[in-house]
Design a protein around this ligand. Structure first.
Ligand SMILES: [Zn+2]
Ligand SMILES: [Zn+2]
Ligand SMILES: [Zn+2]
Length: 987
């Protein structure tokens, strides 16, 4: 064989070769891969592969189908995809059915605006036509969202998502309402609810947000009507006033009472010939503010008494000819207005801002506040609300009839000033509830609404008082039946749920403890009608579960439009007769259900109704706003249906903010738009961003942050590319080296892989994707790229292709690249699949059908710790080499010879690995010497001999071969192996 011509040296070096390019070209490559998945029908392929495995159900919280996706929506769906894909690869059958929330006010608003642009009005259209346009709008929006979600690499049943506006879903929503009725939890009553004057509808707790707002703050005196001697003999014959404080002067015309705390001490103090009553603790402050302190002197207190003394005495309204009842209530505070932050729950904040504690005497308007309502009910006050849907005073309001409430604030203040009942007024900045849609301040307003009771079963749907008017039977004298209390069941269920992060349970508990009854009626049309009928003769309300289910069956066939296209008689079972008066003529309820009732029904309508799913879900994952929203409404419905929470685990993610921690707004120019990022860098970059920081906190995004993510991506890609390039021509069946015969450093790399595999499994199980990312990124860039790959390069490039030591490195590379790709696959869905395609011999058509690797159970601690010591010596050597390079003593490290002085165990360790050391340090020669002292000392000198033309190592033996006079002895051996190899056909 040596008679043939010598080989061309350059061609004998095994340079990496792979179709996996260095440049990712994600923006072009991703759509092509999506097309491939589409052709494969990848989602069904995964379903078939997972048949018979244990189920894992992530239930999708439906995004609202009214606009294009933004970074927050993208993050939400990507995190869900991380969960579904990781559980699939852990060996579960994890189907993903995405959903869309289709009904509700936001779509109505958009449609109304679009009509206005065309010069049309909603009132000119039939309800059916208007609903059809809303439906078309939702259909379009969800089509666009589906396209965008698919583009992000999210796999799911996109051809069959659940829609809250589908016939079946609407029918299930109506049936769920019947279930609440059956349990006695539904009643109709007048209770104050958040009311948007602009949108003219009630709002749910989750539909208000708090913003800074300036209100007039007023101190007003109410004359005591009862004999003051009843309070204290010292007050005999005096003109006594109760001082109240409020930031909503417009609610004063509806004042029916004043609340004081029974246990606080109150004082009556003199100013001129008048006497004023406020809480003792606040005498100084109130007197100073209202100028009742006689030129700075402390006001003269003439009586002190507990608030209980005032109970059921009467004051007169500040200007109207009617009484204002003095009442005692524990809700009264002295702390002034609390900061009405949305943090924990709205009703708690609202309560505080309603308990205007400026004087310890709380103005009470039962039609305009939650606490006011509760105490008003207890004292038998009317739930008086002289304000219409548009927020105008009704004609019965003297002096201010027809005025809009917010506009009436100033006139009322002026009016009180003229009347001499205003003690003080100023501007007051506070957090105030606003409509989430139109951003206008909302009011609290009592209107007839349908409620779901949190604390009592309601045996009569609508209770009538003596005058025959509807009244809520929210009273304290109904027996509390714990089993039937929604609140009690909810509070106990949340303790069984696994909340991630753990503070979720506190947040939920606080919200549930404070929340008022659930107002489920909305004065709108785009939604599921409340399937209740009224007798046209006696006005009896019929909410009969069997009737509702009858209507639901019609919805199932014809959609909820049937409520509008059919008469009451057509919707009712034949010959349905009023139990009250025997009549057969009926009218229909015109309100629709709260959209949170719709979406809350999803666990029943979707999980129970689709054969591939099951109830309850293993996990829900949504943003922190859903404690009041979907987590809450889903819990209510789970309890009504099965006395159980519909989820086992609830994961909460933070908000997406800009680099400075501000909310993203298109108008502010700080929004990262997914669409743009996808076009410029690829969806993969957004996915990697989602995994790169801790989503339990707020997530920051900006061009600069995404650039850093892109740099990180490039590093991961290069790691993969090195492995793939060096697997060129490797046939695992033919070329793999058995574990026991592998080089020790290769076994070390596998031991490190095993360690990281355990870490990654645990992080995926705990939904800690940032820890998955950290573990994999460190492994790829530090353990592999900066250590292992550097060391094995020489072996891979210069050894004969079939040399066993080279095959050992390749065996390790394949055994690392394959599981590494699997472990990163839930995050880098496109790139992992691309790696998969370029690995030799993969059987599955896509990585997403494959499973995670399992960590090798045997312990490699001895191996790992031995190499840890070698690597710390390596760190010292690399540092010394760097210094030598700076001092121009050497050029490349291969020009160096390293002499190590060591003793004892270190020397033994180094001796044991003598042949590895030159590769470990990437130098041409290493000499070991026994030293006297402790520790390792390092000397760098020029390498002996000549530079080998082929491998660039230095050797004294270059020139020994006549056939290859320019190469070293290692290369001579390699070349002869290659020459032999070429004859037996292995190339
Ligand atoms: Zn509004
Ligand atoms: Zn009747
Ligand atoms: Zn060589």
């Amino acid at each position: 064989m040596s008679t043939e011509t010598p080989l061309d040296l350059k061609k004998t070096v095994n340079l990496p070769k792979t179709a996996f390019s260095q440049k990712a070209n994600l923006a072009q490559g991703e759509p092509a891969r999506l097309e491939k998945w589409n052709k494969l029908d990848l989602y069904r392929l995964i379903r078939r592969a997972g048949e018979g495995r244990p189920k894992f159900i992530l239930h999708d919280g439906p995004p609202y189908a009214n606009a294009d996706i933004h970074l927050g929506t993208a993050m939400n769906k990507i995190l869900k995809d991380f969960i579904v894909k990781s559980r699939t690869m852990m060996g579960y059958d994890a189907p993903y059915v995405p959903g869309y929330d289709c009904h509700g006010l936001p779509i109505e608003t958009i449609v109304e605006k679009a009509l206005e642009k065309k010069g049309k009005k909603k009132s000119e259209l039939s309800v059916e036509t208007f609903r059809r346009i809303c439906r078309e709008h939702a259909e379009n929006a969800l089509k666009n969202q589906t396209r965008d979600f698919k583009r992000l690499g999210i796999l799911g049943e996109w051809d069959n998502p659940y829609l809250t506006m589908s016939n079946h879903y609407e029918a299930e929503t109506a049936r769920m309402f019947a279930r609440f009725v059956e349990r006695g939890w539904v009643y109709k009553g007048a209770r104050p609810v958040y009311w948007c004057l602009k949108d003219q509808t009630a709002l749910a707790e989750a539909e208000v947000e708090y913003h800074q707002h300036t209100s007039p703050s007023v101190y007003v005196k109410f004359p005591l009507q009862s004999d003051p001697v009843l309070i204290d003999p010292a007050l005999a014959g005096r003109k006594v006033f109760i001082v109240i404080w409020t930031t909503t002067p417009w609610t004063l015309p509806a004042n029916l009472g004043i609340a004081v705390h029974p246990d606080f001490e109150y004082s009556a103090f003199e100013h001129g010939d008048e006497v004023y009553i406020v809480a003792s603790e606040l005498v100084q402050a109130v007197a100073a503010k209202c100028g009742l302190d006689s030129g700075g002197e402390a006001p003269k207190v003439i009586a002190r008494f507990p608030g209980a003394k005032l109970d059921r005495l009467e004051a007169r309204h500040a200007w109207l000819d009617r009484p204002s009842l003095l009442m005692v209530g524990e809700h009264v505070t002295l702390g002034g207005e609390a900061d009405a932050e949305t943090e924990l729950d709205v009703s708690e904040a609202q309560k505080k801002s309603d308990s205007k504690a400026g004087t310890g005497c709380v103005h009470t308007a039962p039609g305009h506040g939650h606490d006011d309502f509760v105490i008003g009910k207890r004292y038998g006050l009317e739930i008086y609300c002289p304000v219409d849907n548009a927020g105008r005073f009704t004609p019965e309001v003297e002096h201010f009839a027809g005025q809009r409430v917010f506009d009436a604030n100033e006139p009322i203040v002026e009016f009180m000033r003229e009347r001499g009942v205003l003690l003080f007024s100023e501007k007051y900045e506070h957090r105030y509830p606003h409509c989430w849609r139109c951003k206008n301040p909302v009011i609290f307003r009592a209107t007839p609404q349908w409620f779901i009771a949190m604390d009592h079963a309601h045996h009569d749907l609508v209770e009538k008082d003596e005058d025959g008017r509807d009244r809520s039977n929210f009273t304290d004298n109904l027996p509390e039946t714990p089993a039937a209390s929604l609140r009690a069941a909810a509070l106990s269920e949340i303790e069984r749920v696994n909340w991630i992060p753990a503070w979720g349970v506190d947040r939920m508990r606080n919200m549930l403890k404070a929340r008022p009854d659930w107002c489920v009626s909305r004065q709108r049309v785009w939604g599921v009608s409340i399937p209740v009928f009224y007798c046209a003769r006696c006005n009896e309300a019929v909410a009969d579960p069997s009737v509702i289910n009858h209507v639901a069956d019609i919805f199932e066939k014809e959609s909820g439009d049937a409520w509008y296209t059919h008469s009451a008689q057509e919707l009712l079972p034949p010959d349905y007769t009023c139990k009250g008066c025997g009549a057969q003529e009926w009218t229909k309820e015109s309100d629709i259900l709260d959209v949170w009732f719709d979406s809350g029904t999803s666990s029943i309508a979707v999980l129970e109704n689709r054969p591939e799913l099951r109830w309850p879900a293993d996990v829900y994952l949504e943003g922190g706003d859903q404690f009041r929203g979907w987590f809450n409404s889903s819990l209510m419905i789970g309890i009504a249906a099965h006395d159980r929470a519909p989820y086992k685990t609830v994961v909460t993610h933070g908000w997406t903010l800009d680099a400075q921690g501000r909310a993203m707004h298109k108008s502010a120019g700080n929004a990262v738009e997914p669409d743009k990022v996808i076009k410029q860098s690829g969806a993969e970059i957004i996915r990697l961003w989602c995994a790169s920081s801790n989503y339990f906190d707020d997530m920051r995004g900006s061009d600069e942050i995404l650039q850093r993510v892109t740099d990180g991506y490039r590093k991961l890609r290069n790691t993969a590319r090195f492995a793939l390039g060096n697997l060129d021509g490797f046939d695992p069946a033919r070329d793999s080296v058995p574990y026991e015969e592998m080089e020790e450093i290769d076994r070390w790399a596998l031991a490190e892989l095993s360690r990281v595999t355990k870490e990654v499994w645990a992080a995926y199980e705990a939904y800690e994707f940032h820890n998955v990312h950290r573990a994999l990124f460190n492994f790829a860039t530090v353990t592999l790229s900066a250590r292992y790959f550097d060391i094995i390069k020489d072996r891979l490039y210069t050894f004969a292709p079939r040399n066993k030591a080279r095959r050992s490195a390749q065996t390790a590379l394949l055994q690392i690249a394959d599981p590494l790709a699997r472990m990163i696959a839930p995050i880098l869905v496109f790139t992992a699949d691309e790696i998969w395609e370029n690995l030799p011999d993969r059987t599955e058509p896509s990585i997403h059908v494959a499973l995670f690797p399992t960590a090798v159970e045997e312990s490699h601690e001895a191996l790992l710790s031995e190499w840890e010591q070698l690597f710390s010596v390596r760190d010292l050597v690399l540092k010394a080499l760097e210094e030598a390079r700076t001092a121009k003593q050497i050029g490349s490290s291969l020009q160096a010879k390293v002499t190590l002085h060591a003793s004892g165990r270190t020397l033994e360790l180094l001796q044991r690995h003598q042949s590895d050391l030159r590769y470990l340090f990437i130098v041409s020669q290493v000499e070991l010497r026994q030293s006297e002292g402790e520790g390792v000392s390092i000397a760098i000198s020029g390498a002996d001999g000549e530079k080998c033309e082929r491998c660039w190592n230095y050797s004294a033996r270059v020139g020994e071969s006549e056939r290859y006079p320019t190469v070293c002895e290692r290369c001579v051996a390699a070349l002869s192996e290659i020459e032999e190899g070429t004859t037996d056909g292995h190339g």
